[in-house]
Design a protein around this ligand. Structure first.
Ligand SMILES: NC(=O)c1ccc[n+]([C@@H]2O[C@H](COP(=O)([O-])OP(=O)(O)OC[C@H]3O[C@@H](n4cnc5c(N)ncnc54)[C@H](OP(=O)(O)O)[C@@H]3O)[C@@H](O)[C@H]2O)c1
Length: 259
């Protein structure tokens, strides 16, 4: 892999990460795919090799809740040449009553959603700065700017990650390195399907009723597709996005009320 067309993508076996890996591969990147399940990673890598013969698609399996994971994933990425593009992404925490959170839940959420991605990006910044090009893109949530009532851990830990992205963006902008967040509104992925199922079980409604009520809050009138989301990731990763840094960009069909 050469540094200029090499991307590291987290949560690459499903949903937003998988669509981002596919979009970056289509844009010409070799990709190091990261999630926990080696079997799932192998299947995605094989599929990408079939779609893009002769290109390099490799894998690293590690859990973002493990304090050792940032170093492990960074070492794998640096050993492969150091990525020009990093997509920080993993799973999300479970729904919780915001009046009944606990210390273990906070530790787990902050490790997964803030400490691991910040440490990983920090380890990968020096070669980007030396090369004069780098793109760090974190998959966040609309909860960063409009807290989601059932996702207190996610709202807070992702806001911490965005605060770091904003701060670090200012420190490295002159070196050609950008750091941005992308906030999905409601994009149709396996995680959103399981959240809708949990809401149906909680409220006694059918999943279809939950989805219809949720879609009705979105001006576009529907959930987004992972491909619509990944188009933003691929743009922010491109040389064309060189003057966009330190911001959280929504891909939400108009769902967020502010701007
Ligand atoms: N879809 C939306 O509309 C939406 C909205 C707001 C926020 N988000 C956030 O965006 C992120 C991606 O969501 P998604 O909808 O694409 O979810 P998804 O379809 O469930 O995919 C999650 C991916 O992350 C990996 N993963 C899960 N836990 C991990 C961990 N502890 N360490 C490393 N990798 C892990 C999974 O693979 P393995 O099982 O192999 O690890 C999978 O590849 C999540 O943080 C989610 O909360 C999504």
């Amino acid at each position: 892999m050469s540094a200029t067309n090499f991307a590291l993508v987290g949560g690459a076996t499903s949903g937003l990460g998988l669509a981002s890996a596919r979009a970056l591969a289509a844009a010409g990147h070799d990709v190091l795919l990261w999630s926990r399940d080696q079997g799932g990673l192998d299947a995605v890598a094989e599929d990408l090799r079939t779609r893009h013969p002769g290109r390099s698609f490799t894998t690293v399996a590690a859990d973002a809740t493990d304090p050792g994971t940032a170093a492990l994933v960074a070492d794998a990425a640096l050993a492969a040449g150091g990525p020009a593009v990093v997509v920080l992404n993993q799973g999300g925490p479970p729904p919780v009553d915001p009046a009944a959170t606990d210390a273990d839940g906070w530790r787990r959420a902050f490790q997964m959603l803030a400490i691991t991605p910040i440490e990983l990006a920090t380890r990968l910044l020096p070669p980007m700065r030396a090369a004069g090009f780098g793109r760090i893109i974190a998959i966040l949530s609309s909860g960063v700017v409009e807290p989601i009532p059932t996702l207190a851990y996610s709202n807070a830990a992702r806001a911490a990650l965005m605060a770091w992205l904003k701060t670090a963006a200012g420190a490295v902008a002159a070196d050609g390195v950008t750091l941005n967040g992308v906030m999905p509104g409601r994009i149709a992925t396996p995680r959103v399907a399981s959240l809708d199922q949990a809401a149906a079980a909680r409220t006694g409604k059918t999943v279809e009723q939950v989805q219809a009520a949720s879609a009705a809050t979105i001006p576009a009138g529907r959930y987004g597709t992972p491909e619509e989301f990944a188009a933003m990731v691929a743009f922010l990763a491109s040389p064309a996005a060189s003057y966009i840094t330190g911001h959280a960009h929504a891909v939400d069909g108009g769902m967020l009320k502010g701007w």
